[in-house]
Write a protein that binds this ligand. Structure first.
Ligand SMILES: Cc1cc2nc3c(=O)[nH]c(=O)nc-3n(C[C@H](O)[C@H](O)[C@H](O)COP(=O)(O)OP(=O)(O)OC[C@H]3O[C@@H](n4cnc5c(N)ncnc54)[C@H](O)[C@@H]3O)c2cc1C
Length: 445
C-alpha cells in the first residue's frame, strides 16, 4: 500500500486543507483494516476521503487519511429473484467504496444498468456522496443513499459489520448518511435499473413564467430543476424524462459551447452578462441553440462538468415553503449589494426514512447558493441561513453552513437513533474530527 508521511491535503474548492500524520492509499479491505486497527491501538484518528468535493471541513484529519482512489473496483453484479415474492427482480451491484461516480457510471452502462438518479456532477466517490446525502432532483426520487441496499462497514475498533434493512438495520440506516462518523464504509451494494436514456429539455424562461408554470413543471416531469440568475429575471429550467428513443448526442461543437462556455463561464458570470440587454438575447439563443433538447444516456444527462471553483451553501426545507423562501432570498439579493454573480439552484428530493438524511420525513426542496472563489461569501451565506432556519432548514452536510449539533439535533427526529448506532460503530471516536465534533457532538456525549 502506498503511504506518504506529512503531506498536505486540500479539497477541490481549495478552502480546506490538512496536514495528516500519514496518507494511505489502500487497495484491499485488509489494508483498510490494518490502518484502522493500528490507529485504534495507538489512540489515533482516521478519516477516509473520497474526491474532496465537500466544501466543509468534513474530510479533514490530523491523523491517518485514507485516500480511497485505488479502492475503486466493481466487485459483483447480481440479480436477486425471490420466487416467493411477486415483486420484480432487483439488480444489485457491489463496489469498493472509493469508486468515483464517473468511473462507476460507464461500467454500469456496459453491464446494462443505470443509477436511478444522480447529482449535478460525477466527480464524487460513492461513499462520499452517500455519506453527505448527495442528491439530484425529482420530487418522487430520493438521494443517492436511498439507492443503497447493503454495506460492509468497518468499526472504530477494526471489526467488519455487514448490514442492510434486514440485518443490523439501525447500523445500516446510520451509515447510509453517516457524515463520515458512523464507521468506515468498505463496500456499497446499490440497487440499479436497466440502463435508460433521458430526454433533456433545457430552456431559459422568465421568472414570471417559471412561477406561473411551476406546478405543471413538477407534475409533468420526472426530474425538474432551475437556476435563477439574480437581477436578470431569467431562469434556466432543466427537465429530464425517461425515453426509449435512441440517443441523439450533441455534436462536439455544441457540447463544447455548452460545457466550456455555457456550463462554466456563463454559469459563473451569468448575472452580470444577462443584465446587458444586447448580450442577453445572444446568450439566450446561444444557450438554447447549443443545448435545447437532446436524448442521451442517463448519466450523461444528469451530470456535467464544473471547472470554475466556487463556494456553495445548500439548504433543504419542506417543499410547501419553497416558493416563499425563494422569494425572500430573491429580495435579499436585490437589496443587499452582496454582488452575487452566480445562480440560485432549486431542486426537489423525495422524503426518506434515513436518520440524518436532509430529506428525512418530509417532501423536500433544496435551495443552493454560490459565490465565486475570490468573493466574500460569509455575509451572504449567513443572511440566507437566517432565512432558511425559519423554515426548519437542514444544511447539506458537505456544503458551507454555520450550524452546530445544538441547533441541528432538533431538526432530525431520529437524531438519538443515529447517535446510538454511531456509538456502536465507533465508540472510541476513531473516525471523528473537528467537523463531526461541531455538527454531531462528541461520540457518546
Ligand atoms: C462542483 C460540485 C458539485 C456538487 N454537486 C452536488 C450535487 O449536485 N448534489 C449534492 O447533493 N451535492 C453536490 N456536491 C457536494 C458533494 O456531492 C458532497 O460534498 C460529497 O460528499 C462529495 O463526495 P466526495 O467523494 O468528494 O467526498 P469527500 O468530500 O471526500 O468526503 C465527504 C465525507 O464522506 C466521508 N467518506 C468518504 N468515504 C468514506 C468511507 N469510505 N467511509 C466513511 N466515510 C467516508 C468523508 O470522511 C467525509 O466525511 C457538489 C460539490 C461540488 C464541489
Amino acid at each position: 500500500m502506498a503511504e506518504v508521511k506529512r503531506a498536505r491535503w486540500t479539497n477541490w474548492a481549495g478552502n480546506q486543507s490538512a496536514a495528516p500524520l500519514q496518507i494511505h492509499q489502500p487497495r484491499t479491505e485488509d489494508e483498510l483494516l490494518a490502518v484502522v486497527r493500528r490507529a485504534a491501538q495507538q489512540g489515533e484518528r482516521v478519516k477516509a476521503v473520497g474526491s474532496g468535493h465537500s466544501f466543509t471541513s468534513i474530510a479533514l484529519t490530523d491523523g491517518h487519511l485514507l485516500d480511497l482512489t485505488q479502492y475503486n473496483r466493481v466487485i459483483e453484479s447480481t440479480t436477486d429473484r425471490d420466487p416467493e415474492r411477486s415483486e420484480p427482480a432487483r439488480h444489485l451491484v457491489t463496489v469498493q467504496s472509493g469508486i468515483r461516480l464517473k468511473e462507476l457510471n460507464p461500467q454500469l452502462w456496459d453491464l446494462g444498468y443505470s443509477m436511478t438518479n444522480l447529482g449535478d456532477v460525477a466527480y464524487q466517490s460513492i461513499s462520499g456522496a452517500m455519506s453527505t446525502g448527495t442528491h439530484g432532483t425529482g420530487k418522487d426520487v430520493g438521494s443517492i443513499a436511498t439507492q443503497v441496499r447493503a454495506l460492509r462497514v468497518i468499526t472504530g475498533d477494526g471489526e467488519v459489520v455487514e448490514c442492510s434493512m434486514d440485518h443490523e438495520r439501525e447500523l445500516f440506516q446510520a451509515a447510509r448518511v453517516g457524515v463520515g462518523a458512523a464507521g468506515l464504509i468498505s463496500t456499497v451494494t446499490l440497487e440499479v435499473e436497466p440502463a435508460f436514456n433521458l430526454r433533456a429539455q433545457e430552456v431559459l424562461v422568465s421568472a414570471d413564467d417559471l412561477f406561473a408554470n411551476m406546478d405543471s413543471y413538477l407534475e409533468e416531469n420526472e426530474h425538474f430543476e432551475f437556476f435563477w440568475f439574480p437581477g436578470s429575471d431569467n431562469a434556466l429550467t432543466k427537465r429530464n424524462n425517461r425515453t426509449t428513443d435512441e440517443a441523439t448526442p450533441l455534436p462536439r461543437w455544441r457540447e463544447f459551447v455548452t460545457d466550456e462556455i455555457v456550463g462554466h463561464r456563463y454559469m459563473a458570470h451569468a448575472t452580470k452578462l444577462l443584465r446587458v440587454p444586447g448580450l442577453r438575447m445572444k446568450l439566450r439563443s446561444l444557450l438554447e441553440g447549443a443545448r435545447g433538447e437532446y436524448v442521451e444516456r442517463s448519466y450523461k444527462v444528469f451530470t456535467s462538468e464544473r471547472k470554475i471553483p466556487f463556494y456553495e451553501m445548500e439548504y433543504f426545507i419542506p417543499s410547501e415553503h419553497a416558493r416563499e423562501a425563494f422569494e425572500r432570498v430573491r429580495v435579499l439579493i436585490d437589496r443587499s449589494g452582496f454582488g452575487v454573480v452566480m445562480p440560485i439552484e432549486m431542486r426537489w428530493v423525495a422524503p426518506d426514512d434515513i436518520p440524518l438524511s436532509t430529506a428525512e420525513g418530509r417532501p423536500t426542496t433544496s435551495i443552493a447558493i454560490h459565490m465565486l472563489k475570490h468573493q466574500e461569501f460569509q455575509p451572504y451565506f449567513e443572511a440566507v441561513e437566517t432565512i432558511m432556519t425559519e423554515y426548519e432548514g437542514r444544511p447539506h452536510w458537505g456544503k458551507l453552513h454555520f450550524q452546530t449539533h445544538r441547533s441541528l439535533a432538533p431538526l432530525y427526529p431520529q437524531w438519538d437513533a443515529y447517535q446510538a448506532a454511531r456509538a456502536r460503530l465507533d465508540g472510541r471516536g476513531t473516525f471523528a474530527n473537528e467537523y463531526t465534533d461541531r455538527v454531531l457532538g462528541a461520540v457518546g456525549g
